[in-house]
Unconditional design. Structure first.
Length: 624
């Protein structure tokens, strides 16, 4: 009789045996591992906090230490159960302070007590732009008042559930992650029961308040008015297995090359449940993902992928780069393959059926037609990124590290962010052979590479004028001599992205030139700040400065057309931008961080320096 915690024998899924051990990833794996210390999460209501009462819960036959919060019902005259300011929250915070970690209270921006302002995490009190935040409708404050004071704000971690860090996980998620890390072949059961009201409430406050509504038209503010009633009804439907996924509203947005990108907008309740399931999937599969995957993972960003690729190209023995992009990836994911991959680690049929409902949900097109696809997952849903990572982990990452890399004579390494990836090779014939093998591999899973975005080019230290240029995550990589004449890998904003970004700024200023000036300048400040935060890498200051000057000229042009007579001079434009604190371009990348290839090289240098020091003869002469 087959045990329930043994993975089924499926074709082309996770390989048996020990996990892949990569010498150049060991430093990254050590730094990204979940700390075994039992720290309290930085966000979440009382149900998410650990309590002094813990018990063992069995998951598919194996005991896992899972802490459950015991919340006493509120007495007469006290706050509601699990609400901000209640006795259970205060008790949980008291236990946290007694344990000594963290030192600050556990409340987040949406859990401020009455009579005390709730500050944004990581910001000092009194900082500009920080205001009251819990409900999107503040009592006694109009939307126009203050132009930013006492407005509804959310921390960066609270806006997207997929990108929450591992320190924000609840106790049961940490227990699942610890079990998944220690036992690579364990199949988790009884996961569906964690979709309770407390977890749903925490996920609700992590949703974006300004996100577009789905087919039902319910917005965040409308759902928040009767939050506890809505959550109780949703929890009841989940318990009775009466929950049904709604249609996904499709929105087409331009991609910049004349094509349109289809995005799916689920209903609010679907987003809410997807956020809860996404956290469970991340806790299980996060330790299975290889360090070459950077997209939509806790504590990792596109800057990490760009920095790692830059260091590998600069210090690694690579002469060729294979740039690829999967054509229509989110629309061509095969459901049977994906469900087989999920079955490798999840034995709970109810949770897998819930994911299947979202995969098979119909799509409402912009013209009113309802389409029922047979493959793919709607791009734009909360759960879509983690499902894409699980799919490509088996299709591409494991296949490359277990079958492709060991057969290569030279050095090779892959960097992937969602469906965009770059592979570095030492020899041209190995890059060309990988191109043919990749097409065969993707065809087995219903995928294919985009011919217009796939190429092999020369890119090495000794390439000279033969080196090419390639784009990755909005940046253009190229070789260029530095001030001392040494070849360096440089990065700047990709030309298409740069031109498209300037055009969007011009069109936006032209469209909003008649709006209230304070509102226009505040939105412009947020747009430019977000642009500098992403593109502010070393070597990219020139293009950011050109974007800033183009914005300044566009403001001068259209603000002078608000009336029949020009009223703004260049000096007035500068004072206006200084008054509303329009940020100038700034480099946000920090220097001095060593990447794995540099750390391995430094270790070899220390060993060689210890065995063969250069000043050994001089030292003996001084001693004599």
């Amino acid at each position: 009789m087959e045990r329930s915690n043994q993975p089924p024998k499926t074709e082309d899924c996770l390989a048996e045996g020990k996990p892949v051990d990569l010498w150049f990833y060991r430093n990254e794996l050590t730094s990204r591992s979940v700390s075994t210390a039992k720290r309290e999460p930085q966000a979440g209501p009382a149900s998410g906090l650990s309590n002094s009462a813990s018990k063992r819960s069995s998951a598919s036959g194996d005991d896992v230490l899972l802490s459950e919060s015991k919340i006493n019902s509120s007495a007469k005259g006290k706050d509601g159960e699990g609400l901000p300011g209640s006795e259970s929250v205060a008790r949980a915070e008291g236990n946290t302070r007694n344990e000594g970690d963290p030192k600050s209270p556990c409340r987040t921006n949406y859990e401020g007590q009455a009579g005390r302002e709730a500050q944004r995490q990581g910001m000092p009190p009194g900082a500009s732009g920080v205001g009251l935040a819990h409900s999107s409708q503040q009592q006694g404050a109009s939307p126009e008042a203050g132009e930013g004071a006492n407005r509804s704000t959310q921390s960066a971690q609270a806006t997207r559930t997929v990108r929450t860090t591992e320190e924000d996980w609840q106790t049961f998620l940490r227990a699942i992650a610890e079990k998944a890390s220690t036992d690579k072949h364990h199949r988790f059961g009884d996961l569906y029961r964690w979709l309770d009201r407390d977890v749903l409430r925490l996920c609700f406050f992590r949703l974006r308040k300004d996100a577009a509504s789905g087919v039902d038209g319910v917005t965040y503010q409308e759902y928040e008015k009767n939050l506890e009633t809505n959550l109780a009804d949703l929890e009841g439907r989940l318990r009775r297995k009466a929950y049904r996924a709604r249609l996904v509203r499709r929105k087409l947005i331009p991609k910049g090359n004349g094509k349109m990108r289809p995005l799916g907008i689920p209903a609010l309740e679907d987003k809410l449940v997807q956020a809860a399931v996404t956290q469970i999937l991340l806790a299980i599969f996060e330790k299975d993902f290889l360090p070459c995957s950077y997209g939509y993972r806790p504590g990792m960003s596109a800057h990490d992928a760009i920095r790692a690729l830059t260091e590998e190209l600069q210090f690694g023995r690579h002469n060729f780069v294979y740039e690829a992009d999967i054509k229509g990836f989110f629309e061509n994911i095969r459901w049977d393959r994906l469900e087989a991959m999920l079955e490798q680690r999840i034995a709970d049929g109810a949770l897998r059926n819930l994911i299947g409902k979202w995969l098979r949900a119909g799509i409402l097109e912009e013209d009113g037609r309802v389409v029922h696809p047979q493959t793919g997952t709607p791009q734009g849903g909360i759960i879509s990124p983690v499902l894409a990572n699980i799919y490509l982990h088996v299709v591409l990452d494991l296949w490359f590290e277990t079958e492709v890399r060991p057969k290569q004579r030279g050095r090779c390494r892959i960097f992937r962010y969602a469906d965009d990836f770059v592979v570095c090779f030492e020899y041209r014939h190995e890059a060309e052979a990988f191109d043919q093998a990749l097409k065969t591999r993707l065809a087995q899973f219903g995928l294919e590479v985009a011919a217009d975005k796939t190429k092999t080019l020369r890119f090495g230290r000794n390439g000279g004028p033969h080196n090419g240029r390639f784009d990755f995550l909005g940046f253009e990589f190229y070789w260029e001599p530095d001030r001392k004449g040494r070849p360096r890998v440089k990065r700047r904003t990709a030309t298409k992205k740069w031109l498209a970004g300037k055009q969007r700024i011009r069109d936006w200023i032209k469209e909003h030139r008649h709006d209230r000036l304070s509102r226009t300048m505040k939105t412009l400040r947020a747009k430019l700040q977000g642009m500098w935060n992403y593109y502010g890498l070393i070597g990219n200051y020139r293009r950011m400065k050109l974007t800033y000057e183009e914005t300044r000229r566009t403001l001068y042009k259209w603000l002078n057309r608000r009336s029949q007579r020009p009223s703004m001079t260049w000096r007035a434009i500068d004072r206006l931008m200084e008054r509303f604190q329009i940020p100038p371009p700034r480099i946000v990348e920090k220097t001095g961080q060593k990447m794995p290839c540099q750390q391995e090289f430094s270790f070899c240098q220390r060993i060689l320096g210890f065995l063969f020091p250069r000043n050994r003869p001089a030292a003996h002469a001084r001693a004599s």
